[in-house]
Structures are given as structure tokens and as C-alpha cells.
Design a protein around this ligand. Sequence first.
Ligand code: DHB
Ligand code: FE
Length: 289
Amino acid sequence: MAAITASVYTSHVPAIGAALDLGKSGEPYWQKVFSGYEFSKQWLRDNTPDVIFLVYNDHANAFSLDLIPTFAIGCAPEFAIADEGWGPRPVPKVIGHPELAAHIAQSVIQDDFDLTVVNKMPVDHGLTVPLSLMCGQPPADKFAWPCPVIPFAVNVVQYPVPSGHRCFNLGRAIRKAVASFDAPLKVQVWGTGGMSHQLQGPRAGLINREWDTAFLDQLIADPATLAQKPHIDYVREAGSEGIELVMWLIARGAMGDESGPGTPRVAHRFYHVPASNTAVGHLILENQA
Ligand code: DHB
Ligand code: FE
């Protein structure tokens, strides 16, 4: 049977992708950001899964106000890189895993979560920047992402957005779905976006280090209580775009707890301010074998 072996959590700031794509990653400003991912790149080489289930948000690139799915699962064999206005990033297209994606959709929908099945979904910085941070950026012609990726898009852009509680329980349903897939696949679940940031209005530039630190502590040790936090607390304390953090609760719900293989091990933790307008947070949690 398939099993979830680990989860990765990281911010997804588009300027990080631009720094990599434009050869600026050696600059002191960006070095401080990328230094937090040196361990992670080696860890991913040592712990390459068969599939990554990547929870992210689309930023009006695949979807628009015409259609706003709360949860969209990418079931296609491949996903193009979105053109975000400056042309698509020069990174490989994403290869999907239609069999596992369809199985998860079947299981999770029967568990009463309303997923939208999507067979065409260009993926934007929300998905490609976490992949770049974790996989690095070799020359485009020789480069492919290390394994298939199932994109799972969550609406945290246009209200109403899903609660942390619903996201956490959805993660638990994804854990159950993966465990019933009849193939010996190692699966990682990645939760992306966050941490504190606000991009517009009088509070633009808001960063809340104390709140972010407490969020990381509680995500590790007591995610069920963290999941009770109402969405308005994220917006007040972590800024309007801080709401992206509810996606980390999907990945955490998919990991172990008292009902599953136990509390996961912290393999890596990093926090840095700033990258563009955002506080960068990053965690790797491993399930105990
Ligand atoms: C920034 C952060 C985001 O999450 C995003 O989607 C766009 C911009 C930023 O900090 O610049
Ligand atoms: Fe974002």
C-alpha cells in the first residue's frame, strides 16, 4: 500500500523564483533566504518520494472570477507552467500521477469533501517556487522535477475561503486515501504559502514574527488545537495573505498524530524575514517508520 512518509512546508514568494531565474541567488539578500534550503535540497535527494501531493494556491492564473473552486485536484498526466504576465518561468512542466490523483478524489469525495476534478490547470509560482526551493535549478534542457506531482489548489484568494479546521480534516481524509492505494508508493504532502504577509492597503508590509513562531510551534506539537483558529485571526495577525497558512494544515492533517503513526519528527526548521514582502517559514516533518 502507499504511505505518506514526510511533509514539507514552505512559503512561495514569486520574487524567489525571479531571483533564481535571473541568476541573483548568490546576492547577499537572497543568500540569506536560500541558506535555509541547503539542508532541504540534500534531504530531498536522500528522501526522494515516488509522488509529491503539493497543496498550493493559484493566484488568478489557472482560475479567475469565472470559476472559484475551493479545493481543486489536478488529475491530468501533465501540467503546463502558467504565464503570470512576464512569460512562464523557465522550469520543467509538471508530470502528474493520474491514477493516484483519481483514487484520492474518489476516496476523499466519498468522505464528504467537495473536490473539483481538474484536467487542465497551468501551475503558477504557488507550486513552482516551492519546487525550485527544494530541487534547485539545473539547466532547463537537462532538468526535470524529481518525481510526479499532484497539484492540489486551494482557494485562499477570493472570499469565502475554507477554515483551518476543514483543511486539517481534509488532510486526514487524504492520509486515509493514500493508505488505501494499492501500490507501494512513498508519498510526500507539501503545504505551501504564508507566512505572515500583506500585499495591499494601509497594512501592506505587515510581518508578525511572534505569531509565525507560535504557528510553527503549534503546527508541530498540537495541530488539532491550531486548526480551531478562525480565519479572521490569520488575517488580523498574519495579514490578508497570511491566510495562505491554512494550506499547511492540510499537509499536517495528512501526517501522523495520536490516531496514526504518532507525532512526526522535525527534520528541519527555518524562519527568515524578509523575502520581498513576506516572512519565509520552512519545515520538514518525517513520519516515524
Ligand atoms: C508576494 C507573496 C505572495 O504570496 C504572492 O503570492 C505574491 C507576492 C510577495 O511577498 O511579494
Ligand atoms: Fe501567494
